[in-house]
Ligand binder design. Structure first.
Ligand SMILES: [Zn+2]
Length: 451
């Protein structure tokens, strides 16, 4: 089977055929650095990471760009609220983001791009759109994209054209809006006193870019006019990605993206995560509860990326238990690395190539661990191979060092068992458990690990 991806544009799975065999060009929408992303936002970055690992696994080179939105409505509003310069404010959240993605074992993109480094490029695109009659300046000096002049508008989000015509009168200046509010959107926002000292003096006038033009500019500047894959959360389909298509294709006359891929939401209490509802959970909340961030990654792998998932602390704890069980099982295989088992690898590839079917691929891990026909060293090699995609950090896993105090109790228990003093042996086991360690009697002797 060949690699198949679900393309939002076509609403179906398609064989992946990159524009060039030399490398895959991939743009994924990154964070707006105005706050800590909640764990629902992280699904998009973990999804992009898994997608990229699949491409690597399939032997492709990948040129991956992820943007950092460091100027938009939210960054300006919040930096001003905190009395900080836009740069100081966004740099803080950028640094935090870069630290956090490491904890989720997300590989760095080829390049992170900051929107403020590409203002000239954005101005250039907007100027060209105006020259082509696709954009116009309004009375207030802001520049809007004229959606009626772009015949493919609505193609990605599958908007009904009739509705579009009815509602598409007027203009929208905000970066974010809903589908029923489809209107001409802002490419360039004329300076407003609310923007304070955030503005650029350009041939378009004094102002700042709209959010959507930023991604068009950063993608085209780094990856060219046409790219293979663009990813993001489903909430980016409209208006963000729809507008990116209008801007990019409006200026080049070429198809901007071949494969649009979107991950579904993480819900909490069946609703979107939101600060106001008290369902805004960030990575630090997990760490403060002693939960390994990779448990969250594992939990996401248990569902297809196109399925909505409902977060609860209970399901996350379930994933944490599964992660510990996997780590234990992996460590018990010993240090020797054998050969990747071809039969398991073929099954694994078939699942992964079928639009990233990670739940089925994960189920293979448990089958493999139980399989008595396969040697421990081959199991170890096969799991390490799978983990190139899962990214659960198996290669860095080491047998934990058990403190001397615990080892003393373990030795005493061994003596008690030799002397058939099972009462003492049980007492010692309870004591070891109460100190946070688990003890298992195996053929090779007692096995101890942290609970
Ligand atoms: Zn974007």
């Amino acid at each position: 089977m060949s690699l198949q991806f679900y393309n939002t544009l076509k609403k179906e799975k398609e064989s992946f055929e990159p524009l060039s065999l030399r490398e895959v060009t991939f743009y994924s929408c990154g964070p707006t650095v105005y706050n800590y992303p909640h764990i629902g936002n992280y699904r998009a970055y973990i999804f992009a990471d898994i997608l990229k690992r699949v491409l690597f696994y399939e032997g492709y080179n990948v040129n991956h760009i992820m943007n950092l939105t460091d100027v938009d409505d939210k960054t300006i509003l919040n930096s001003r609220k905190e009395g900080k310069s836009l740069k100081e404010f966004t740099e803080f959240y950028t640094e935090e983001f870069l630290k956090d993605i490491k904890k989720f074992n997300i590989l760095n993109p080829t390049k992170f791009t900051k929107a403020t480094d590409y203002i000239d490029y954005m101005v250039d695109i907007i100027k060209k759109l105006m020259d082509k009659g696709l954009a116009y300046k309004s009375d207030d000096g802001s520049i809007y994209f004229n959606i009626r002049k772009f015949k493919n508008y609505g193609r990605l989000s599958h908007l009904v054209i009739e509705n579009q015509k009815e509602n598409a009168s007027g203009r929208i200046v905000a970066d974010e809006y809903e589908k029923d509010n489809v209107q001409d959107f802002a490419l360039w926002k004329a300076w407003d006193p609310k923007d304070g000292d955030v503005f650029w003096d350009t041939i378009l006038g004094k102002g700042r870019p709209g959010w959507h033009i930023e991604c068009s500019a950063m993608s085209m500047a780094n990856l060219g006019e046409q790219i293979d894959i663009h990813s993001g959360g489903v909430d980016n389909i409209f208006p963000h990605h729809e507008n990116e298509i209008a801007q990019s294709e409006g200026v080049t006359g070429k198809q901007f993206v071949k494969y649009w891929m979107h991950n579904e939401w993480v819900l909490m209490d069946q609703k979107k995560m939101a600060k106001s509802a008290g369902t805004f959970i960030i990575l630090n909340d997990l760490i403060n509860k002693g939960i390994n961030p990779l448990s969250y990654r594992l939990w996401l792998l248990m569902a297809n990326y196109r399925t909505r998932v409902n977060f609860t602390w209970e399901v996350l704890e379930g994933a944490e238990t599964a992660l510990k069980r996997l780590y234990r099982g992996f460590l018990d295989l010993g240090d020797e690395v054998g050969t990747v088992n071809a039969e398991y690898q073929n099954k694994f590839k078939a699942f992964i190539e079928d639009d990233l079917d990670t739940p089925q691929a994960l189920a293979l891990v448990w089958d493999l661990l139980k399989d008595e026909e396969i040697s421990n060293s081959d199991k170890r090699a096969t799991l390490l191979d799978f983990d190139k995609i899962f990214g659960l950090s198996l290669e860095n896993l080491k047998e934990e060092i058990i403190p001397g105090e615990i080892m003393k109790l373990v030795k005493e228990r061994e003596r008690a068992r030799k002397n058939k003093d099972f009462k003492l042996s049980d007492e010692l086991r309870d004591k070891i458990i109460s100190l946070g360690y688990q003890i298992k009697d195996t053929e090779g002797g007692q096995k101890i690990n942290k609970i």
